[in-house]
Design a protein around this ligand. Structure first.
Ligand SMILES: Cc1ncc(COP(=O)(O)O)c(C=O)c1O
Length: 383
């Protein structure tokens, strides 16, 4: 018999929709992975590392070259000093990072605040740690939170708040003022912020601010990010955690027991990517802006309602002007009849009834993939 702990886990709806896409020959705009190549110099560096016999365990908390590149990244982008020896843990993706942070810092019975809709891993992370997620809505149509509601969610049992910006699935980029408000609540209540900044370099409006950089937050923030999205290498499984030294000791222990370490040769190649100059990031932003326009204009023409994403590469679109079906039936219809796989909105919610007239489209795809998808989406309006 499987453990009780896993009894509430459901199969990832995103993977299920990918299967449906295969079955019906649909274009897969469900899963958030690019269908275009990652940067050549990183592939060359990985091959060179493998041929150079970097094939054994790296130091469990990360190869020195990668930790150095990560520290340099935080200095260069955010003027935020990080100690490579005591504050960085390299993990198998941001996914393992968040799970390790929960297991290292959260006790059974603790409450963890999560904005809803949310990236679907945070719920299971909380369950694995025995914590209770407390949901605070990001409210449509523009996905802002109500400050009073957020303040009221902080109780004496609150251990942490998860802050994911740029945000999956809404595309929100939290403003300096919003982050400042969250920081004030964390400081006033002595509550941790666990951030998920995996989309930090994919933005169309607004700056990315490190929550750890706000007054009083350096010792209350665990910063999580990784290389999956910035370098289009979701299969490489490279993430990292920045945390104060005492917490880093605990996070490293959990990480060691879970995975020992991230792939050694790929860590060497990750360091090469992190050293890319501004041209790489400017081109990436330009390319994503083009992809966003392609998808958004087709969705608009077809009658979907949505707020244009400020960051990340998703559109959470309201289909109620097109259909009165629920999100799951509509997503299945879209895959079978229109040839477009999406993710039903309810899978980003825990509160029953929420997200029921939304589907999420991912646009981290080649221009030709998106052009074909745009044609199919425009045809929906004629059905
Ligand atoms: C918000 C968010 N965090 C984390 C991840 C996964 O990151 P990684 O590949 O580094 O595990 C995703 C992937 O879709 C995501 O959307």
């Amino acid at each position: 018999m499987p453990s009780q702990r896993t009894s509430t886990f459901t199969e990832s709806v995103i993977r299920e929709m990918t299967r449906v896409a295969h079955q019906h020959g649909a274009i897969n705009l469900a899963q958030g992975f690019p269908d275009f190549p990652m940067p050549g110099p990183m592939k060359d560096a990985a091959a060179a590392a493998i041929h150079g016999d970097v094939n054994q365990y790296a130091i469990t908390w990360g190869a020195p070259s990668l930790r150095l590149a990560i520290a340099e990244k935080y200095r260069r982008w955010y003027d935020f000093p990080v100690d490579t020896e005591t504050e960085i843990t390299v993990t198998c993706g941001a996914t393992e990072a968040m799970a390790a942070v929960f297991l290292a810092l959260v006790d059974p019975g603790d409450e963890v605040i999560v904005f809803e809709p949310f990236y679907e891993n945070y719920g299971p992370d909380a369950i694995l740690a025995g914590a209770r997620p407390v949901f605070v809505p990001l409210e449509p149509p523009d996905w802002h939170f109500d400050r009073d509601r957020l303040a009221a969610a902080f109780t004496s049992r609150t251990k942490a708040i998860i802050v994911n910006t740029p945000h999956n699935p809404t595309g929100r980029v939290f403003s300096r003022e919003e982050l400042g408000f969250i920081a004030e609540l964390c400081v006033a209540n002595d509550v941790w912020a666990f951030t998920d900044e995996i989309y930090e370099h994919i933005r169309y409006a607004g700056n990315h601010h490190l929550l750890a950089g706000f007054e009083g937050m350096r010792d209350l923030t665990v910063t999580i990010s990784g290389l999956s999205k910035t370098f289009s290498c979701t299969g490489w499984r490279l993430g990292h955690v920045i945390a104060p030294p005492e917490e880093t000791v605990a996070i490293r222990k959990v990480h060691d027991f879970l995975t020992v370490g991230a792939p050694a040769p790929l860590q060497e190649a990750g360091a090469v990517g992190l050293a890319f100059g501004p041209d790489y990031y400017n081109q990436m932003a330009l390319d994503y802006r083009g992809r966003r326009e392609l998808l958004c204009s087709a969705l608009r023409d077809a009658g979907f309602r949505f707020s244009v994403p400020e960051g990340a590469y998703y559109v959470l679109a309201d289909f109620s002007a097109l259909s009165q079906e629920d999100d799951r039936s509509f997503a299945l219809w879209l895959a079978k009849e229109a040839g477009i796989a999406t993710v039903p909105g309810s899978s980003f919610h825990a509160t029953p009834g929420l997200g029921g007239h939304y589907v999420r489209f991912a646009f981290c795809k080649k221009t030709e993939t998106l052009e074909r998808a745009a044609e199919r989406i425009r045809e929906i309006a004629t059905r």
